[in-house]
Design a protein around this ligand. Structure first.
Ligand code: TZP
Ligand code: MG
Length: 217
């Protein structure tokens, strides 16, 4: 367990989401270099074609958690409540289809962050009512990383959510790269969540640095 962020919004600035199936290079090395480039939060999303399961998934999760904690970066796990408990992660992120939000929130330990993916104002309001710590909103732009995506929303949806929920921590996701990240921040997000622009980069550290410049300007 690491100290919870003093300011979660700041921790959302550059949120790397990744599993071994997303990486051009070794995942442990990719994460380490990306953190050196400025990644502020990490989500282990070992999911889809080519991803690890069972013991292999747990083993990789443990290695990635260790890297995160060397740098004081919170380690969040995607979808898997069992793994969040087993690895005593710093948080869990789920989608709309991943179960009863309230029950899952009540199962987590008080130090564990709880994030939920949302696509519109209604889902954001419901997540807020349950008391989630932050919401992901997307997909902002076209992406080929996730095949079951909902329609592209554009940063306009963040603006709409921000008008209704002025204080909730928001991170945009989907097709975000160094040349469009500022649109997401300008719309009212506190940060950007990125897979391929970092995990598929030749030099993940440089890729992270490049996006971070757009987020903090
Ligand atoms: N949820 C909505 S879009 C997406 C997820 C997990 C994929 C984002 O990947 P990329 O490569 O940053 O577009
Ligand atoms: Mg999910």
């Amino acid at each position: 367990m690491i100290k919870q962020p003093i300011d979660l919004k700041q921790q959302l600035s550059l949120y790397l989401v990744m599993g071994s199936q997303n990486c051009k290079h070794d995942p442990v090395e990719t994460l380490e270099k990306a953190i050196e480039g400025g990644v502020t939060l990490f989500q282990f999303r070992e999911k889809g074609e080519g991803s690890k399961t069972g013991e292999e998934k747990i083993e990789l999760g443990l290695q990635l958690k260790e890297v995160c904690h060397q740098y004081d970066v919170p380690f969040i796990v995607n979808d898997d409540l069992g793994l969040a408990i087993e690895l005593d992660t710093d948080g869990l992120h789920i989608g709309q289809e991943d179960g009863d939000m309230k029950k899952i929130k009540d199962t987590l330990k008080s130090h564990q962050l709880f994030g939920v993916s949302t696509h519109n104002v209604e889902e954001a309001l419901e997540a807020h009512r349950i008391g989630v710590d932050y919401i992901g909103v997307g997909p902002m732009f076209n992406t080929t990383t996730k095949d079951d995506i909902e329609e592209v929303r554009s940063p306009v949806v963040i603006k709409e959510i921000r008008e209704q929920l002025p204080d909730i921590p928001i991170v945009g996701i989907g097709g975000i790269k160094h040349d469009n990240a500022s649109q997401v921040i300008d719309a009212g997000a506190d940060g950007v969540a990125v897979i391929s622009d970092i995990a598929q980069a030749d030099v993940p550290m440089k890729a992270a640095e490049r996006i971070l410049k757009d987020v903090k300007y």
